[in-house]
Design a protein around this ligand. Structure first.
Ligand code: AHM
Ligand code: MG
Length: 339
């Protein structure tokens, strides 16, 4: 056997991994497997476009692309359309929810509906696009509640505890997809030479010690007393936490997952947008909370587990404290004591 073949035998592609997980459930029909693979494919398309960010508009102007008269699309619109197109036509979904759309997205009427619901943030951290800083995609999958036909709001407004699977893709120095279907957390890195996600981070667990704390402290003066005292605790507890903050939740969470520590985005008083926190419960906080718990960590709104919050609207916001369980529980102690 050549060295090349020998190396190939050791590689686990994302498709192989998802199929292996499916095989441990004899009753599984393969629908979830197919859906996860649809999302991974969308991720590859978004990754390819992300590396061309900044060029697209210029190339479009020269006529080098758009010879078919296609619109030059903003990256977040393109990401949204890639995910919707690739996942809504395969008979696996009953409905979708995207950060980009106010209402639930129906399946196009000419295609069959299926048993799952997909909620997603197509391009998280979009304020970073213009500066060539990491961005991401977040996704989460629920089983529908209604019996059949088009999915309804009740199929989408779900508690994180009911999640079947969740994951994210980070577009950075390399592109990584991390997901959990309830059996640990697994990470894959996109090999640009062969166009496939390869297993690089099996069975991820959040480290108990070390890591970083991560928060947008530009708003600190308007945080509650509890959130401010928690920050002071992180400074003064004699721990070795340094600070890191990207401003893309997918990237900030990814670092927290691998390095340990805590990310938090508390409520910001006197701010009409952030008074309940900035991050969205359904397609930002809950998917990461699911992954955090699967990796031995924890996520809270300061008073209760994110996974136990029942959303009442699709785009509802929540404060978020996520990462190492001990640190998130410490945040809860401060919020409970001081508000
Ligand atoms: P977006 O989905 O519109 O990009 O907004 C969410 C982002 C998160 O990725 C990030 O954690 C947060 O907003 C950053 O907010 P801020 O700029 O206030 O620090
Ligand atoms: Mg977002």
């Amino acid at each position: 056997m050549t060295n090349h073949n020998h190396a190939a035998r050791r590689l686990t592609t994302i498709e192989q991994h998802i199929l292996d997980e499916q095989h441990s459930f004899p009753a599984a029909s393969g629908t979830l497997t197919g859906l996860l693979y649809d999302v991974a494919l969308a991720g590859k398309i978004i990754a390819a476009q992300t590396t061309r960010a900044g060029l697209v508009e210029i190339l479009g102007r020269t006529g080098e692309i758009n010879v078919q008269g296609e619109r030059v699309m903003k990256l977040d619109v393109l990401a949204d359309e890639a995910i919707y197109t690739l996942t809504s036509r395969t008979g696996r979904l009953a409905a979708l929810v995207s950060e980009e759309h106010a209402d639930i997205l129906p399946i196009p009427p000419q295609f069959p509906t299926g048993k799952y619901v997909l909620v997603y943030d197509p391009l998280d951290g979009s304020s970073n696009i213009d500066f060539n800083v990491s961005i991401g995609t977040i996704f989460a999958i629920y089983q529908r509640k209604s019996a059949a036909g088009p999915g309804a709001l009740e199929d989408c407004l779900r508690m994180g505890r009911e999640l079947v699977a969740a994951g994210y893709i980070v577009y950075s120095a390399s592109t990584m997809l991390v997901y959990s279907a309830g059996h640990g957390v697994h990470g894959f890195t996109l090999d640009p030479n062969i166009g496939e996600f390869l297993m690089t981070h099996p069975d991820i667990c959040i480290p108990e010690q070390g890591g970083y704390y991560s928060a947008d402290r530009g708003h600190e003066d308007h945080w509650s007393a509890g959130a401010r005292r928690f920050t002071a605790y992180l400074h003064n507890s004699g721990s070795v936490l340094s600070q890191r903050y990207v401003g893309s939740l997918a990237a900030d969470f990814h670092r927290t997952l691998l390095s340990g520590g805590v990310f938090y985005y508390p409520a910001v008083n006197n701010d009409p947008v952030r008074s309940q926190g900035k991050l969205r419960l359904l397609y930002e906080a809950a998917p990461f909370a699911f992954i955090a718990e699967q990796a031995g960590g924890y996520a809270s709104d300061g008073r209760r587990a994110i996974l136990d919050i029942q959303p009442t609207s699709l785009h509802q916001r929540t404060p978020l404290f996520i990462g190492n369980r001990r640190l998130v529980e410490k945040a809860e102690e401060f919020i409970q004591a001081y508000g």
